[in-house]
Design a protein around this ligand. Sequence first.
Ligand SMILES: Cc1cc2nc3c(=O)[nH]c(=O)nc-3n(C[C@H](O)[C@H](O)[C@H](O)COP(=O)(O)O)c2cc1C
Length: 333
Amino acid sequence: MTDLSTTFMGLKLKNPIIAGSSGLTGNIEEIEDLASKGAGAIILKSLFEEEIIYELEQDMQQMQGRQFVYPETFDYMETTPTKDRIRQYIELIKEAKSRVDIPVIASINCVSDQKWIYLTQEIEKAGADAIELNLFILPSDLSRTADENEKLYYSILKQVKEKTKLPVAVKISYYFSNLASTIKKLSDSGADAITLFNRFYSPDFDIDTFEIIPSNILSHQGELSMSLRWVGMMSGRVDCDIASSTGVYTGQDTIKQLLAGASAVQIVSTLYKNGSVQIKLILKELEQWMEKHNFKTIADFKGKLAQSNTVNPASYERVQFMKHFSQFIKFKK
Ligand SMILES: Cc1cc2nc3c(=O)[nH]c(=O)nc-3n(C[C@H](O)[C@H](O)[C@H](O)COP(=O)(O)O)c2cc1C
């Protein structure tokens, strides 16, 4: 009998497929649907730091009759005049916990180590099994050094870990000047898991209306290679679990990420494009492949192709590049 279970940031998952944070995990109907299709865990749609600060400011203003000014708060108010987001979020955690029997991971999108951090205790009280911090400080501020930006990541993580006993995952992008060292430092700073990678809307231009518009909202399958490389290079070198995110569409993609050393695999775009039934198909493909290769458990092959386990670690790096690209010389005239 094939056992698909895995351990991820101290949580026992019945399989490694996590429905990643997105609009699909922001309401109870979709969450129940994802669970019924076999998801091993779900990560709720992120609550944004701006939403938390905005509501805190409102409360404080009411209490003290004073005006508080946070530039991010006003940006947020202009675009999203939602009320009671915190209460709704806490309710969503409670409802999800009462309606599905898989781990429910809360998610906060944050950019500072300021007072929003108190909320992690509320999330814990509401019954969430873990928290994922979606951390992104766009490295575009000319007045800040890379070191200053990176220190903020460690500071946020440290303060969250001090406030809550829940396992904490950190979801990052690959915009770092020394990505390997940052991943290692996040692990050393107490991250229970690191998610590689977040994916952002990229700006595009409408050349008739002269507007800046979002593009590439959903990933495509070819984007798997970026996270595959970094999961493979880092999985044997950090003391925490790694989840892969971006470009996982199929059972094959999942198998590759597990071979690279991921403990779990987050999927989003494939759910939007192919529907939640994709979870079943991925699980079936994974199970059949494990039977074919006579693997009884995920641990039998997890990390088999991680850089730390390969006979030729250079295959992840420059040698392969030279080999393949020096032969790639013909082009159409
Ligand atoms: C419509 C949409 C909404 C998303 N919302 C969030 C979010 O609230 N928080 C978050 O951490 N990631 C969010 N993401 C990013 C996904 O969790 C995921 O990291 C990304 O889509 C890459 O995975 P994929 O290739 O499986 O789509 C969102 C993605 C999409 C497409």
